[in-house]
Design a binder for this molecule. Structure first.
Ligand code: 5GP
Ligand code: ZN
Length: 114
């Protein structure tokens, strides 16, 4: 998608602080962190929302979570704890319509979220 900011990050057209890349899944730091650790894990392929995943994407979803675990381990927050969140559409506050998983850590995270 030519006008998608995360496709541009995946293509290297917009800079980002990369944390992980296995060719299919990419992780980078959120530009506006809500916690000391705030990473975004995305599929390289453009998928707009969680609603657009199909059964053929099951392995890809697993890769997103495994990449999240890897990033949490690499950043030293796997034991202290972290949260993964995928916002879907308006009520969840999704603003970038390229599927992404947030990984938040480094402070006590309130529950339930706002
Ligand atoms: P959403 O609300 O869609 O789940 O979250 C989108 C996230 O993308 C936000 O946390 C926002 O700070 C982040 N973001 C938006 N534009 C950019 C960008 O150009 N670079 C990076 N690294 N993060 C971005
Ligand atoms: Zn995209």
């Amino acid at each position: 998608m030519s006008d998608c900011i995360f496709c541009k990050i995946a293509a290297g057209e917009i800079p980002a602080i990369k944390l992980y890349d296995d060719g299919e899944v990419l992780a980078f730091r959120d530009i506006n962190p809500e916690a000391p650790v705030h990473a975004l894990i995305i599929p390289r392929r453009h998928i707009a929302t969680l609603n657009d995943l199909g059964t053929a994407d099951a392995a890809l979803v697993g890769q997103l979570y495994l990449a999240g675990k890897r990033v949490a381990t690499d950043l030293g927050v796997a034991d202290s704890g972290y949260r993964t969140v995928i916002n879907c559409n308006r009520d969840a506050g999704q603003i970038v319509f390229h599927l992404h998983m947030h990984l938040l850590a480094g402070r006590e995270l309130g529950w339930p979220p706002g």
